[in-house]
Design a protein around this ligand. Sequence first.
Ligand code: ADP
Length: 634
Amino acid sequence: MFTKILIANRGEIACRIIKTARAMGVSTVAVYSDADRHALHVKMADEAIHIGPSPSNESYLVIQKIIQAALQTGAEAIHPGYGFLSENAEFCRQCAANNLIFIGPPIEAILAMGSKSAAKTIMADAGVPLVPGYHGDDQNYEVIKQAANQMGYPVLLKAAAGGGGKGMRAVFSEAEFDEALGAAKREAINSFNDDIMLVEKYLLKPRHVEIQVFCDSHKNAVYLFERDCSVQRRHQKIIEEAPAPGMTDTLRKKMGETAIKAAKAINYEGAGTVEFLLDAQGEFFFMEMNTRLQVEHPVTEMISGQDLVEWQLQVAAGKTLPCTQAQLNISGHAFEARVYAEDPDHDFLPATGILKCLQAPSETTHVRVDTGVIQGDEVSIYYDPLIAKLVVWDTDRDRALQRLTEALSNYRIGGLTTNIGFLYNLATSKAFQRGDLNTGYIEEHEQEIFRRRDIDIDYAAPLAAAAINKQQRQQAIVAAKHSVDPNSPWHLYNNWGLPQRNLSIQIQHAVVEQTPDSNTSLDDLMVIPTGSGFDLFTPRGFFHCAEVKADLGTDYREADGGNLSAPMNGTLVALLVDLGTEVKKGDSLLVMEAMKMEHTIMAPSDGSVTEFYFKAGDLVDGGSQLLAFMRSNP
Ligand code: ADP
């Protein structure tokens, strides 16, 4: 076994790898950028090497810096984690050239699966069933469009080099084709510097079921069962589980053996995942193979009792697989919920900020929290806004789901927007509880999942008023101390008395009037000030509240005619309409790109754009007004 490895990654996955390495007696070297100087993975590792500025293309993605760090510290092998350089063939080549072992598959396997198009050709030859579509080399616009037309809509355009749901667009009719192709190609160039496209039949309501495979260098191969990753937003997974609800032994065996066939077709070694779409008839189709450890690997670990990172190290060190297929069993059921800094109410836009409060549920045999941050850390614009992976296990699905909802309701994060409330709604939605899943789940159950959480306003309003009042009183006391004017209104406040005035308070999305009452105690609550108000964590759940200032009106989103401001720092990609041209409510007005994802700003009502304040290519600060919009007369 290795004595020292370098982890070419950050965040939760770097921490997770360090844990296993430590348990195996292998010492670890972390690498870090400026932004990660004080990050948890740096603290946990035995050694840490600074590799440059915060943007990942100046640090975590710079092959030479990583190789140099490994050579300098005497690491024998490099674990790439997921993302960053994990599926980068050139990185793999550089490792070999420097006598460093890449903890992952052989370079040929990475190359073979690196393009979704080329992968489909190899899999077709190996007899693996594919999603029907066009994955040819001829990238002529007419050829692609013709393929889509012939296949019949809806189709899915995908970047051959794609990943993370980027460079992907569903197209429901020929009329939408051009705009969708343009957007998919732009996103692909931006993210992967490659805009080769493939077209697939867009399957309606399939499930995403993937098989974990493992192969060693002695021609042994096993599958560690399946994960159901159907619940997705923006084509990205958000809650995963294992085993897949309703999976039969026969289908599992068939999918497992097909996955091994796929892995063998490319002489695979190490951990890999073969992703399939599964339809209601039990037919399944190859989508792609990921040649690395997946984000959602913990659910497989929980039901199989195996440590996949340990397996990776064993295989990379030339050992045989720790188990045979016959020795592997499924025990119980596991879920993983990805806790993100993002705003589900605004198209899941990534959020940034300081984790002013971070209290995860306690870890037990049933609850595991994989994270790379602690309270006080910042979720920055530079990296994926994943805060933690909440993983739960129990003897059956119902019990495991009960564990998940309980753990989510005990997860307290304050200071920035997170998806915890959304995850809770998702986990408690009826069809999810029944295991009735498909990749369109979130849209299909929108009403139920995005429902404003039923907060008992009679309970919440006095608490919100007390929190707001307390803060104002504290500010007033400070102000009074510094005020020489005996008539200053600040003197109305003191440590004991409360001014009897009505506060207008927004609680989640409701607005209520409430007079602060000195009998309301905030003792066992947690009050976390945020930019716009407070996050209150109460024994009956979490809610956000803020005082509504009279002159702003109550529903600010309606008041400003829809959100025509930049959702976050980013680049303006394209203006889609001409000034003065009549548009319909919901029409696309302009496209912004932030964190390599495109966001379309849409018309809040029928009307027209009277002015654009920026042009394509401009850098725009989050919150800036992007355009002036005039509603048409009703
Ligand atoms: P990425 O590599 O960007 O994650 P994938 O090819 O793995 O892209 O697809 C991501 C998700 O998009 C899938 O999990 C599935 O939900 C959806 N998807 C992909 N291909 C199809 C298809 N042909 N029909 C329907 N949904 C699809």
